[in-house]
Design a protein around this ligand. Structure first.
Ligand code: THU
Length: 131
């Protein structure tokens, strides 16, 4: 199995999801081939929950990675129907990854690949901030 998929499957085990019982793992591949992972982290104050994809991005950025230095994203859940990233995560992924492949997997071996642009068309983009 692709090491990036394996990393997303493995980090999903670390999810802290006692409220939803929906565990998510995400893995980013940097331009240099490094793998950075994240899981969802829930809170008793539900709205404070952090998704797996954003955990991974924020970990990567805090380790010094910068926009457009990622080449692939994998998201792993155990849902029968594959679950693409939520809207907030799509925006954050767009800022740091741009139009990269987003590979969705579940534990039953289902797999589907999208380009981020397909999931997040007409993005709000940092490049368009100047008036
Ligand atoms: N979740 C993610 O980790 N990523 C997403 O893109 C969507 C949702 C998490 C948040 C929450 O802990 C659980 O899945 C159920 O919504």
């Amino acid at each position: 199995m692709d090491a990036l998929i394996q990393a997303a499957v493995r980090v999903r085990e670390n999810a802290f999801a006692p409220y939803s019982n929906f565990r998510v793992g995400a893995a980013l591949e940097t331009a240099g081939g490094e793998i950075i992972t994240g899981c969802n982290v829930e809170n008793a104050s539900y709205g404070l929950t952090m998704c797996a994809e954003r955990t991974a991005i924020f970990k990567a950025v805090s380790e010094g990675h910068r926009p457009h230095s990622f080449q692939r994203v994998v998201v792993c859940t155990d849902a029968v129907e594959l679950t693409p990233p939520c809207g907030a995560c799509r925006q954050i992924l767009w800022e740091f990854c741009g139009d990269v492949p987003v590979i969705l997997v579940n534990l039953k071996g289902k797999r589907r690949e999208f380009q981020l642009r397909e999931l997040f068309p007409e993005a709000f983009d940092a490049a368009n901030l100047s008036e």
